[in-house]
Ligand binder design. Structure first.
Ligand code: PAF
Length: 279
């Protein structure tokens, strides 16, 4: 496994290997868990060469303290990456990516950026778009892999790639869960014992909401979920929405031809957790 911190050197290496190969790319912010490893394993199966980036991107954090507290575990990450036979790791500094200008490019994601996470995390998706576009320009992958836990991010990246005509295939991968159903996230390591024990309630409720959506209208399901969370002293619901999978617009009435998904954001103490389920 080769590890690079400089754009030029990783680019040169990839260029020298590219001639006969397809490149699978998994961008990460480190603090790797089994969910990330499953993306890398899929990329390994579908490509000749796998590149993983490890970069805690400052421009996608709306709160400075969240950036400071984000887990940084590069040594452990590197040994995990080695264990799944990752070929190339790109782990740049913020200066290498942004020089002295740590700001985002402004994007138009056709309104997807104003839904759900966009309402609560100002500038987040401009930050994600900025870093993912730069990483794509450096790595020039054939396929790039993203988890569906960040479903809104996945749709936004698909839109960015289309609008900016970036020649990469975006692959969305199933949410990887703990045995008790909690969606894997680097943030889970920061949960207190009590909050960790309470957190599987999120997925349990999503599954129940899915069943209810079969017979009830969206507004009633939303009301039911909001009520369920009122009974949970350790979990604070930020939003629960049922939205169209393509436009991410909240729905009021069902149309059987459309695909819907339920999205949720919950505070477990200080830690913000998100999840979603296809309905
Ligand atoms: O999903 C993430 O970990 C990040 O948003 C990403 C895509 C690596 C960009 O920093």
């Amino acid at each position: 496994m080769l590890v690079f911190a400089k754009k030029k050197s990783v680019q040169q290496k990839i260029e020298s290997l590219k001639k006969a190969t397809s490149i699978g790319f998994v961008p990460t912010m480190g603090a790797l868990h089994k969910g990330h490893l499953s993306l890398i394993e899929r990329a390994k199966k579908e490509n000749d060469l796998v590149v993983v980036s490890v970069f805690v991107n400052p421009t996608q954090f709306d709160k400075q303290e969240d950036l400071i507290n984000y887990p940084k575990t590069i040594e452990k990450d590197l040994s995990l990456l080695k264990s799944v036979f990752c070929d190339i790791v790109f782990a740049p500094s913020a200066h290498e990516i942004y020089a002295n200008n740590i700001t985002s490019q402004a994007f138009d994601f056709d309104g997807l950026e104003f839904q759900m996470e966009g309402k609560f995390r100002t500038g987040h998706f401009d930050g994600v778009g900025t870093i993912v576009k730069r990483l794509f320009e450096i790595v020039k992958p054939t396929k790039a892999y993203f988890g569906e836990k960040d479903f809104q991010q996945l749709q936004i990246i698909r839109t960015m790639v289309k609008k900016h005509q970036i020649p990469v295939k975006i692959v969305g991968c199933d949410i990887y869960r703990e045995d008790d159903g909690l969606a894997m996230s680097s943030r889970n390591t920061r949960l207190t014992k009590a909050h960790r024990e309470a957190a599987p309630f999120i997925y349990k409720t999503l599954k129940q909401a899915k069943v209810k959506f079969g017979t009830e209208n969206a507004l009633d399901v939303v009301g039911w979920v909001e009520n369920e969370f009122k009974k949970q002293p350790l979990l604070e619901l930020e939003y629960f929405e049922i939205a169209d999978e393509e436009t991410l617009q909240t729905i009021k009435n069902k149309d059987i031809k459309q695909k819907y998904r339920a999205f949720i954001a919950v505070f477990a103490g200080e830690i913000r957790l998100i999840d979603n389920i296809s309905l």
